[in-house]
Design a binder for this molecule. Structure first.
Ligand code: CS2
Length: 466
C-alpha cells in the first residue's frame, strides 16, 4: 500500500521539534514517503516547553514551510507529523512512543548543548545536572537519558534498538551521540551498554538549511500570501542538503529518492559544512553584532564584512580542509556568500551568537589548532575568537547591554578583567571549550590578546577591515 504522508503511521520519533527540523528533515521524510511510501510518520517531542505543541495541535499537526528566495516566496503545507509530545509534562509517554515496535528511527535536533557532553572532548559530562538527575530517576530529562531509557525498555520487551539519527551540527555527530549514549548506559546497566554497542546504529549526518526564527511579522505576511492563518509556520532558504551515512538498523525512508546523499563516510562533508558555513556564520555573528548589524544579510551588505568572510574562506578555512568527494570548495564558498547575502532571510546575528561555548570548538577552534600546528596564519579566525570574548562580556560597542545566551554565560561574564591579556588568559583556560593545544599555546594567547585590544580600540568593523 502506498500511503501519503498524512496517513502513514509513525515510524520515527523526533526529539527537539524546533524550526530547523520542521524545515529540513521533516520535509525530506515527507517527500520520501510521497515518492516511495513507507510508514514514516513522525511523532515530534519538545524537550522543554509546550509552545510548539500548543500551536500545532489546533492545526491537526500540519504547518506551512515558507521558502524565502531572493526573488519571491513559495508556501508548502507539511503533513508528516502524527503527534507532538511535551517531555516535561509526561516523560513516560515519550518513552512509550520511543519503545513502540513500529518506531525504527529516533532522530534528534536538540542543539549542541542538548547532548550534555564536553564540547572540547565529545565525551558525556557525568556532572551535568540533567545527567545526574537521569542517573537517579527512571523518567529522564535529557536527550541522552531518553535514548538510554527507551533502549532499555526495548531490550526488556525483546525488540531491536531503533536507529539514532543525530541531525545536529556536531563533528562526527553519530559517533559523538553513540559515545554519550554508551557512557550513560554503562552507568545505568553495563549489560544494556553491551547490547547497544552490539546492535545499535548511529549513522552520522551532515544537515544544512538556513532557518531563521519565525517572527510575529512572518505570521501576518504568510496570512496575506495564502489567506490562511498558520500559528506555527517555518521560514527557510531554498538551499538544502542532507548527507547521511547509510547504516540503519531496521530500515529508513527512501531518502535517496529526494536528493539526500547516502554515503559511506560523512566526515569530510561535516567538516566542510561546520567549518565553512557554521564557522563563518559564528564569526560574522559576533563581529556583525558588535558592529551594530541585526542580521547576517545586513552584515554581508557591508563590504568590509563581505571581504572579511571571503578572506576567511580563501586564506584560512579552505587550506585546512580535505574536500569531500565531488565538492569544489571555492564554489561552495561562493554559494555560501550568496546564501548569506539573501536579503529575504532575516537571520539575526544574536540568534547565531547563542551558545558560543558549545559551538566554537567544532566551528572555529579545530581549524585554528590544525593551522597553527602547520605554521599557517589564521588572523581572521583569531579575531572571531576575540569577538566572541568581547561579546560575552555582555556590553556592546555602543555601551548597550547584550543578552548573552549560553550555558556558561555567568562563568564567562566573570572572566572579564580590565587587562585584556588577563581576560584572554581566563577564557583560554576553559577546558570545556579550548583544547589543550590552544590552552598551552602562548603564541595563540598573544594573538587573541592583540585582536581583543584591536576590537576594543577600533571597533569590530575597523578590526575586520584588514
Ligand atoms: C547557525 C546554524 O544558529 C546557528 O548557529 O549557524 O543554525 C545554521 O544556520 C545552520 O546550521 C545551517 O545549516
Amino acid at each position: 500500500m502506498h500511503r501519503t504522508p498524512s496517513d502513514a503511521p509513525a515510524g520515527i520519533v523526533h526529539l527537539g521539534l524546533g524550526a530547523f527540523f520542521r524545515a529540513h528533515g521533516a520535509i525530506f521524510v515527507s517527500e520520501a514517503m510521497e515518492a516511495s511510501g513507507g510508514d514514516w510518520g513522525i511523532i515530534g517531542v519538545s524537550l522543554q516547553s509546550p509552545g510548539t505543541r500548543d500551536r500545532l495541535k489546533p492545526q491537526g499537526w500540519a504547518y506551512t514551510a515558507l521558502e524565502l528566495g531572493p526573488e519571491g516566496e513559495t508556501a508548502q503545507v507539511v503533513t508528516v507529523l502524527r503527534d507532538v509530545l511535551v517531555a516535561p509534562e509526561d516523560p513516560q509517554a515519550v518513552l512509550d512512543a520511543m519503545a513502540a515496535q513500529a518506531v525504527r528511527i529516533v532522530s534528534l535536533t536538540v542543539t549542541e548543548k542538548g547532548y550534555c557532553h564536553e564540547p572540547s572532548t565529545g565525551r558525556l559530562n557525568p556532572d551535568h545536572p540533567d545527567i545526574r538527575h537521569d542517573l537517579g530517576h527512571p523518567l529522564p530529562k535529557s536527550a541522552p537519558g531518553f535514548l538510554v531509557r527507551a533502549l532499555q525498555a526495548r531490550r526488556a520487551a525483546g525488540l531491536d534498538p531503533f536507529t539514532v539519527l543525530c541531525c545536529d551540527n556536531l563533528p562526527e555527530n553519530g559517533r559523538v551521540v553513540r559515545g554519550v549514549v554508551l557512557d550513560l548506559a554503562r552507568l545505568v546497566d553495563p549489560a544494556l551498554a553491551s547490547w547497544i554497542e552490539a546492535k545499535g546504529a548511529f549513522p552520522s549526518t551532515m544537515v544544512d538549511r538556513i532557518v531563521p526564527a519565525t517572527t510575529p511579522a512572518d505570521l501576518d505576511r504568510l496570512e496575506a500570501l495564502t489567506g490562511h492563518r498558520d500559528e506555527a509556520p517555518v521560514m527557510h532558504e531554498p538551499f538544502r542538503q542532507w548527507v547521511v551515512e547509510d547504516s540503519f538498523a531496521c530500515g529508513r525512508p527512501d531518502l535517496g529518492a529526494v536528493g539526500v546523499q547516502l554515503v559511506q563516510d560523512v566526515t569530510p562533508f561535516e567538516y566542510m559544512k561546520l567549518r565553512m558555513l557554521n564557522g563563518t556564520h559564528s564569526s560574522l555573528a559576533y563581529l556583525g553584532y558588535l558592529a551594530g548589524h541585526e542580521t547576517i544579510s545586513d552584515t554581508m551588505a557591508d563590504p568590509v564584512f563581505a571581504r572579511f568572510v571571503d578572506r576567511l574562506w580563501r586564506d584560512e578555512i579552505i587550506p585546512a580542509l580535505t574536500p569531500p568527494p565531488g565538492e569544489d570548495l571555492p564554489a561552495y564558498a561562493r554559494a555560501l556568500h550568496n546564501r548569506y547575502a539573501n536579503p529575504a532571510i532575516r537571520h539575526r546575528t544574536w540568534q547565531i551568537a547563542m551558545d558560543g561555548s558549545q559551538k566554537l570548538p567544532q566551528r572555529i577552534l579545530g581549524t585554528i589548532v590544525e593551522s597553527r600546528a602547520a605554521g599557517q596564519p589564521v588572523p581572521g579566525l583569531t579575531l572571531a575568537v576575540a569577538a566572541w570574548i568581547r561579546y560575552t562580556s555582555g556590553r556592546g560597542e555602543d555601551g548597550q547591554g547584550i543578552e548573552v545566551k549560553d550555558p556558561l554565560a555567568p562563568q564567562l561574564a566573570a572572566l572579564w578583567r580590565d587587562d585584556p591579556a588577563q581576560t584572554v588568559a581566563g577564557f583560554l583556560s576553559l577546558s570545556q571549550v579550548f583544547p589543550a593545544a590552544l590552552r598551552e599555546d602562548e603564541g595563540f594567547a598573544a594573538d587573541v590578546t592583540e585582536a581583543l585590544n584591536r576590537l576594543i580600540r577600533k571597533g569590530a568593523r575597523a578590526a575586520a577591515d584588514g
